[in-house]
Design a protein around this ligand. Structure first.
Ligand code: GMT
Length: 370
């Protein structure tokens, strides 16, 4: 098949999922063309049958803001013609599906099909803004195929938008081979780490509630020796740092900034904290589990579909940092408990979210819409 893919190229789960999907499809012999304003981060080396097409951003004295969606639609149509695209798979309804539907009209002779994957923010935040509501509805109804990354997101879409379109749930995925074993699994059966490493990975947007990470860690630290590694960067980094200072635990918290691949750093973790306000899926929770790192997350959105409460980690009410700290202590209480959680986490990730089971679901959808 000849497939075009558009996603946000920077850090973030949707870009990771879109890029890895494209690379796996190319490995299987499909031609994949990425269309975006910069090369997706995980597309860092030349890959057979994968091409990248850059949307040029130019400035005109008359326009205050560059019309990116229109430039993207033009580029999509150009690439569709050049590569004879059969499928244009966009990751986010707004603005990418809107651009794809425009592109489809520019090249009607190709009869190209548009597949839209909803990742969350388009439904739970941006698309719900009254000014985007009707266009989000239109893009969902007019896409040839629509997927959501969790059952929660599918239900939320039907709840928040007047759409009747069939939405397929296709979960996010990991490559088990890329995830090494966490430190629990490397230690002999009866040996505990001398100091525990708790980790948080995100883009530090307010929705991630990074202050809850710091508070949970502070409560944990009252009972056990530990350090906290904060991975990523964003608008709440300095607030988190300041709170750690105020709570007198700054020397136990490391801010390591953005990393390109989370698998290597997860090998140092005993536990991942993800106390988000909402997550349609929580790819980083899955990545942690794939590395054998149990997760404590908020009991919201699609997170209960990823983390099995009491087995691969725990789910707590949003903002309940006391409960989260109690759960952290329960998991890291003794070596056998943390090893049990670690093994169960890896097992669930591999059994339910291996790319070898998920990619065929996308391929089946492409075939259906074609
Ligand atoms: O959560 C973010 O800040 C980034 C955003 C993105 O565009 O990558 O994540 C969304 O898509 C991911 C991949 O499907 C999901 O794992 C995240 O849960 C989802 N974020 C939200 O729903 C807030």
């Amino acid at each position: 098949m000849r497939i075009g893919i558009t996603c946000y190229p920077h850090h973030g789960g949707s870009g990771v999922v879109a890029t890895e999907l494209g690379k796996h499809l190319a490995e299987e012999g499909n031609e994949v063309s990425f269309i975006s304003y910069s090369t997706p981060l995980r597309l860092n080396e030349p890959t057979p049958r994968v091409s990248f097409h850059e949307v040029e951003i130019v400035s005109y004295p008359l326009l205050k803001k560059f019309p990116y969606t229109l430039a993207l639609a033009s580029k999509m149509a150009e690439v569709a013609r050049m590569k004879e695209l059969q499928i244009l798979h966009v990751h986010y309804a707004i603005p990418f599906a809107a651009a794809a539907l425009l592109a489809k009209q520019i090249v009607p002779e190709l009869d190209m099909k548009v597949v839209t994957t909803l990742h969350g923010t388009d439904i739970t935040l941006v698309g719900r803004n009254p000014s985007f509501r009707s266009i989000t509805t239109m893009t969902i109804e007019n896409s040839d195929g629509v997927t959501a990354v969790s059952k929660f997101l599918k239900e939320e879409t039907y709840r928040a938008f007047p759409v009747e379109k069939e939405i397929d749930i296709i979960y996010n995925f990991i490559d088990p081979g890329r995830h090494g074993a966490s430190i629990h699994q490397c230690l002999p059966e009866d040996e505990c780490p001398e100091e525990y490493t708790l980790m948080h990975i995100s883009n530090f947007r307010p929705i991630k509630r990074v202050q809850d990470v710091i508070r949970t860690f502070a409560a944990f630290l009252e009972k056990k020796e530990a350090r906290l590694v904060m991975v990523g960067d964003g608008p709440e980094t300095s607030t988190a740092c300041q709170l750690a200072e105020e709570l007198g635990i700054r020397d136990r918290v490391e801010f390591v900034g953005v990393v390109n691949s989370v698998a290597p750093i997860l090998e140092d973790a005993n536990l991942l904290l993800l106390p988000s306000e909402t997550e349609s899926f929580g790819l980083v929770a899955l990545e942690a589990m794939a590395s054998g790192v149990p997760v404590i997350a908020s009991d919201v959105g699609g997170l209960p579909e990823v983390v099995e409460h009491g087995v691969t980690g725990f789910l707590a009410p949003v903002g309940d940092t006391k409960k989260m700290a109690e759960y952290a202590l329960e998991i890291l209480d003794d070596c056998s408990s943390c090893k049990r959680f670690s093994k169960a986490a890896r097992q669930r990730a591999v059994e339910l979210f291996d790319y070898r089971n998920i990619i065929p679901q996308y391929k089946a959808l492409y075939e259906r819409v074609l």
